[in-house]
Design a protein around this ligand. Structure first.
Ligand code: B12
Ligand code: SF4
Length: 506
């Protein structure tokens, strides 16, 4: 059996397809991956879709798997129908969106994988190659001549160490890059953001201990059984990075994509730090829930190479944070986390605070509260502003449907852009916080309802922040890129990644 897995994600990270592929290869199946990275909302034209379907048909796979999030919905639908026109191989959909919205996915795919896909895919390929049907494979939903079969879910995999490392065997990988089908060369890899930073994404765990209402974890947790938060052993996790470091000698660092890297027992961190320092020794970034960022943990991780932490404030309004997002993080915990990170600012140069905006449940005063909290933080830090999307089946989406704010899953919702927040004065003011003295931010906040205050802010925003500052950033970017081109090879990897991060203008 020849298997083709397709990713429509905008990077080459694609943990899902790489995990399925590695598992199938370990079982001896001839497995290929096609990466179709594109910018958000950049949907393939009919000619492009046809050329992809022709490439797929020429490879002659016996089965095709497509991995998708909600924002990839339209592209996956178009691709699947083009493949169905040219090719007889069944198309299986898996990933976050099929897991939370399997019924609507089954209107397009032949088979849908609900939840983790390693074991179901192995069983499916075995069954098909033996000429059997997939009608009793748990986690799989399928269309059959006698109707839809919804097999029950299986428990999540408990021992993640039993799984192989994600597949990085580029020989069997193809990417559609600048309109051509190309091997995944170093140059291609470097064209995408993690590549640009010379970092590689890895994950030590699956799941999250929290249950914030806007996040897919609130939906995923309910879909299948078994423990939700699971972690690989430090040896298994570092073992993967050793292989990656050997494979990509130019690598300058790692990004740990765990939902919240800081959770777990102290023994895990002690063992991880020792192994990481000994075998890897490169700088790393991670995401953390502020409640879990303690001085002890940072004291352990900073000497091991921690250079960047992304934390979520999401909202500085206690009403929104507690009642609407149901975040289990108090403002006090958030400030404490930022203080701990600030004390290590020489080492941890990239501190990013994520904030959600454009929430119809928020009043102007709630947004102002978020800006006020940010204005009191010690600099430097970045702020990542994202526009609230009501992802299907999340608790918040269900409330919003009930309250008539959204109509539930549809193309427009799935295509909403995460990073394109509304051009309101408060959102713009929020954006300027990391580069502007807190007292100036609070001055604009105080005077936002009077005309002259708004006029003054617009002069500041368009004249300085977007105008002069951007020009200065462009010059700085050119200087730093030239500097990197000349000296990167002899620089400390931590300084290289920090410099590259500083080139991304949030
Ligand atoms: C790592 C990550 C990323 C990485 C890499 C994504 C990836 N797919 O590898 C990056 C940074 C690129 C990313 C980007 C985005 N992400 Co993201 N990301 C995650 C995160 C933290 C982990 C996902 C992951 O890799 N898990 C580990 C792998 C092994 O699990 P998996 O992907 O679910 O795959 C398993 C199953 O789903 C299934 N499966 C997957 N594919 C397939 C295919 C087949 C054929 C089969 C049978 C099975 C199968 O089997 C896999 C193995 O068990 C999740 C949070 C979460 N809890 O899932 C958010 C999450 C997936 N991201 C999310 C979002 C919104 C985004 C962005 C849109 C926004 C952003 N943050 O910029 C962009 C989208 C980019 C784009 N347009 O392409 C949302 C998705 C919501 C939704 N309903 O779609 C999540 C759930 C977070 C959240 N807030 O709720 N993300
Ligand atoms: S802490 Fe982060 S990853 Fe975990 S449920 Fe909340 S938003 Fe999702």
């Amino acid at each position: 059996m020849k298997v083709l897995l397709i990713s429509v994600e905008n990077t080459l990270v694609c943990f899902g397809v790489r995990m399925i592929s590695a598992t199938l290869k370990r079982e001896g199946w001839d497995t290929h991956i096609l990466f179709l990275p594109r910018e958000f909302n950049d949907i393939e034209t009919a000619e492009e879709i046809d050329s992809i379907a022709e490439w797929v048909t020429a490879l002659a796979p016996d089965i095709i798997g497509i991995s998708l999030m909600s924002s990839h919905w339209r592209r996956a639908v178009n691709l699947t129908s083009a493949i169905h026109r040219l090719c007889r191989a069944p198309v299986v959909w898996g990933g976050i969106h099929p897991t939370i919205a399997p019924d609507e996915c089954l209107e397009h795919a032949d088979i849908v994988c609900v939840g983790e896909g390693e074991e179901p895919m192995v069983e499916l390929i075995r069954a098909l190659s033996a000429g059997e049907t997939a009608e009793s494979i748990s986690n799989l939903w399928l269309r059959t001549p006698s109707g839809i079969v919804r097999n029950p879910p299986r428990d999540r995999k408990t021992h993640l160490d039993d799984l192989p490392y994600p597949d990085h065997d580029d020989e069997t990988h193809t990417v559609r890059f600048r309109g051509r089908f190309s091997p995944v060369t170093e140059a291609v890899w470097r064209s995408y953001i993690p590549g640009f930073m010379d970092t590689h994404y890895v994950m030590s765990s699956r799941g999250c201990p929290h249950n914030c209402t806007y996040c897919c974890n609130s939906a995923l947790r309910e879909v299948t059984g078994g423990p939700y938060l699971r972690r690989r052993s430090p040896a298994h996790f570092v073992g993967e990075m050793i292989e990656i470091k050997n494979r990509f000698p130019h690598l300058k660092g790692f990004v740990f994509m765990d939902d919240s890297f800081f959770y777990g027992n102290t023994d895990w961190f002690v063992s991880f730090c020792t192994l990481y320092k000994t075998h890897i020794g490169l700088p790393f970034f991670c995401w953390a829930n502020p409640a879990a960022v303690t001085a002890d943990r940072i004291d352990m991780l900073a000497p091991a190479g921690l250079v960047g932490v992304h934390v979520g404030l999401e909202s500085g309004s206690e009403r929104i944070s507690e009642d609407i997002y149901q975040r289990k993080v108090s403002l006090e915990q958030f400030y404490r986390c930022m203080d701990v990170l600030y004390t290590h600012r020489r080492q941890i140069g990239d501190i990013r605070v994520d904030v959600i905006t454009d929430n119809p449940y928020e009043t102007d005063e709630d947004v102002a509260a978020t800006i006020r909290v940010l204005s009191y933080l010690k600099k430097p830090f970045f702020v990542g502003i994202v526009s609230l999307i009501f992802y299907p089946r999340t608790v918040l989406e269900q409330w919003a449907v009930r309250d008539g704010l959204v109509t539930g899953g549809n193309d427009a919702l799935y295509n909403q852009e995460f990073f394109k927040y509304r051009p309101t004065m408060l959102n713009r003011l929020m954006r300027t916080v990391p580069k502007t003295p807190g007292s100036v931010i609070r001055f604009f906040l105080r005077h936002r309802s009077v005309r002259w205050g708004r006029v003054l802010f617009h002069i500041f925003y368009w004249g300085y922040f977007i105008g002069i500052r951007r020009q200065m950033m462009a010059v700085r970017r050119r200087v730093l890129l030239t500097y990197l081109a000349l000296f990167e090879r002899i620089m400390d990897p931590a300084d290289v990644v920090k410099m590259r991060v500083s080139l991304i203008d949030f």
